[in-house]
Design a protein around this ligand. Sequence first.
Ligand code: MG
Length: 385
Amino acid sequence: MTTTSTPLARLPLGCRVRDGEREPLARRVHREITHPYRSGFQRDRARIIHARAFRRLAGKTQVFTDRFSDHFRSRLTHTMEVAQIARTIANALGLNEDLTESLALVHDIGHPPFGHAGEHALDEALRQHGLSFDHNLHALRIVEYFEQRYVGFRGLNLTLGVREGIIKHSHDYSAAQHPELAEYFLDQRPPLEAQLIDLADEIAYLTADLDDGMEAGILRLDHVSEHVRIFEHFYVPVQKRYPEAAEKLVLNEALKSMLNALAGDLIEETLRRVSSAGITSLEEIRTAPGRLAAFSPEMEAQRMEAKSYLYENLYHCEDLVRDQREAARIIQTLFDAWVANPALIPPGHEMDIAEQGPARFVADYIAGMTDKFILKQHDLWQHSD
Ligand code: MG
């Protein structure tokens, strides 16, 4: 972990994804006229922000359902925090900021209602039909198929760079298991812009969930400080320096410094790895033996410690588990009812049901819902007989 304040070196220019319209990663499936003053990735950012699936993130749970507080993160505000962090890191490293920001804005677009509990429940439901649910693969289907905004084609016609990043930002898919993803260079590493996203996501939610967890009264400051070294490291000095300050403000100062330390470490470690491997081009990033965007080993250990703490004390606490169980029950109930009797699904989807089969269609339909919408559907279903 480092606290240096000297200006950082930048990555060699060749490591950056180039965004001229003729660049391979700026290619689109359907040809479009070059925009006079916006790059391909800038246009993708706008397309993502204007997508209906993006707007629905406002109504989806991040960690806390809205019975807790209006102040807590939704999946939309979480997404904006990730975009802010990722863009800052990309800028410091000299990477393509517009591609990074587009990837951050789209990274959670495939999430169903009710956070990870919803994703897990949908996956379980689909497995009974020999299928599975994965939010990255679902995100790709949203931008390629479900969004309908253009007269000439279905989907958003995003650049290859953004579609590759949607698939590969957090996970390596095997080419043998996913032949349908062949165009996304599955045997190669993603560009650094995509590699950053998963780590910016970690930085955003580790700090935000400590914040919301304490605000919810589930986590206690002294307990967190005792068990999470990276938090203690910044919390104790602020507390000593401002003994009279409101607890909430001391907490905020500590979390701000923690976020900054994680981002700074990620920037420095990524620079260190790229330079010690002598890498100067995107091609070399793609063929490197491992991902190059990373925390230092010391910071990685602290990140893991904070994450385990959150799992044990927040994500698996009785208060949240109760909501997660209820979410799973609602999803399973509606899924089973609609798959058994697709006539119960509101009209207008007959073609898609025939094309995808009822199980996949119903999972897609549920995945697109906000928390409020699925609760309303569940209520209607309960009162339907
Ligand atoms: Mg996320």
